[in-house]
Design a protein around this ligand. Structure first.
Ligand code: SF4
Length: 391
């Protein structure tokens, strides 16, 4: 099983894995069947997905290509060998399709643990916004939410399986609604935070339009909530934001994050080289990223996606995109180091998620020497290129 892409894609891949395990199959390096869950957010992601599928086709009897890349209009996976099956279905329908096509070899009521220390729990899928550059609504469809009872039951199950941290995951989390159960995202956060045994709760990402008083209060007042929030900026220039169809201004972005900035570690996504972005517009993005107190920035060079409004528009030269990307990454590095420096001499609770590494309460990276899966109380000694070194 291989997956590319975002947290939601990871959950999708795991759902296919769970369906196959429940049918009696086992994971193995020398498996007959491979599942490649693909991403299509950039041209590069599609190319990587295609390469992964082609590679898997050489070493497996059958390969299922699932996820956003498989649902993308066009022929990203055309011409691959006959043992590759492209599953262009909604995420909800994919596990049953793959499991049915492979066929059960037993009936094992396996309770498959997720393959990571933290558990990503999908609460919402799809998006009903229509940002002009984004292909996600086309491949994932409109926003829909899982019933809160199902979400809360899954969180309880993940905690029982030994996961100490849960990340509520969705494509556009702020759209979360369970009308019958009377839940929106703030209420879900509060109730999920009370799950017995849950030590840390985070949101995968939230649009600034949904960062309102009710959500800010829920995040602040729920003790299990990690002091970290990922809020995509995409651009800090009003003209570019309008051209992107993002439905907020730079001033709104700054105003809505202001109540969180001292307490929370704020991270973000930025697109560089969008068609309307000139030097002045880019300078606005640098300014807003700095003024909002953003630390880690995921920088994406703009690439036109099929079926979107800006599909045929890409006037900014690749070298300019690279140069702007490098400047933003420099800003991000400085901001991270400044935040990490404040941890020297202070204590933090770190969840060790890989050998030698883990994340503190605000999702700052730490270098620690402790068993994977454990929470350890540490004190900052120094900062390195990769994070805060524990004493
Ligand atoms: S909010 Fe915009 S960028 Fe995010 S998934 Fe929806 S359309 Fe795409």
């Amino acid at each position: 099983m291989q997956f590319l892409g975002c947290k939601v894609s990871h959950v999708d891949a795991h759902e296919v894995r769970e369906a196959l395990l429940a049918d009696g199959h086992v994971e193995s390096e020398a498996a007959e069947i491979a599942v490649v869950n693909t991403c299509c957010v950039t041209n590069e992601a599609v190319a990587k997905s295609r390469k992964a599928a082609a590679r898997a086709a050489r070493t497996h009897r059958r390969v299922y290509v699932t996820g956003c890349g498989a649902s993308l209009a066009g022929h990203a996976f055309a011409g691959l060998p006959d043992n590759v099956v492209v599953v262009a279905r909604r995420s909800e329908a994919t596990p049953a399709f793959v499991a049915g096509d492979v066929g059960a070899i037993g009936c094992v009521q396996a309770d498959a643990r997720l393959d990571r220390v933290r558990a990503f729990v999908k609460v919402q899928d799809g998006c009903s916004f229509s940002c002009n550059f984004c292909v996600i609504p086309l491949v994932r469809g409109a926003s829909r939410s899982r019933p809160a009872a199902a979400v809360l039951a899954e969180i309880a199950r993940r905690v029982e399986q030994g996961h100490r941290e849960v990340v509520l995951t969705g494509i556009n989390l702020g759209c979360y609604r369970d009308r019958d159960g009377g839940y929106d995202l703030p209420r879900l956060v509060r109730v999920a935070g009370e799950t017995p045994g849950l030590e840390r709760l985070r949101l995968s990402s939230i649009e600034i339009n949904h960062v309102n008083d009710a959500l800010v209060d829920a995040l602040r007042e729920t003790p299990a909530v990690s002091r970290h929030l990922h809020v995509p900026l995409q651009s800090g220039d009003d003209g570019v934001l309008r051209a992107m169809g993002r439905r907020y201004s730079a001033a709104t972005f700054l105003r809505r994050l202001a109540p969180l900035r001292d307490e929370f570690n704020l991270t973000s996504d930025v697109i560089v080289g969008f068609p309307a972005e000139d030097e002045r517009a880019f300078a606005n993005t640098l300014r807003v990223a700095r003024d909002a107190g953003l630390t880690k920035l995921h920088v994406f060079p703009y690439s036109p996606r099929p079926g979107t409004l800006t599909e045929h528009d890409d006037p900014v030269a690749p070298a300019v995109k690279r140069e702007r990307g490098a400047r933003l990454r420099e800003l991000s590095k400085d901001a991270c180091r400044a935040r990490w420096r404040t941890k020297i001499g202070c204590e933090d609770l770190v969840l060790v998620d890989r050998p030698g590494r883990g994340y503190g309460d605000d999702y700052s990276p730490w270098l620690v020497d402790a068993p994977v899966g454990e929470f350890v109380r540490v004190r900052g000694e120094a900062i390195t290129e990769e994070g805060i070194r524990a004493a």
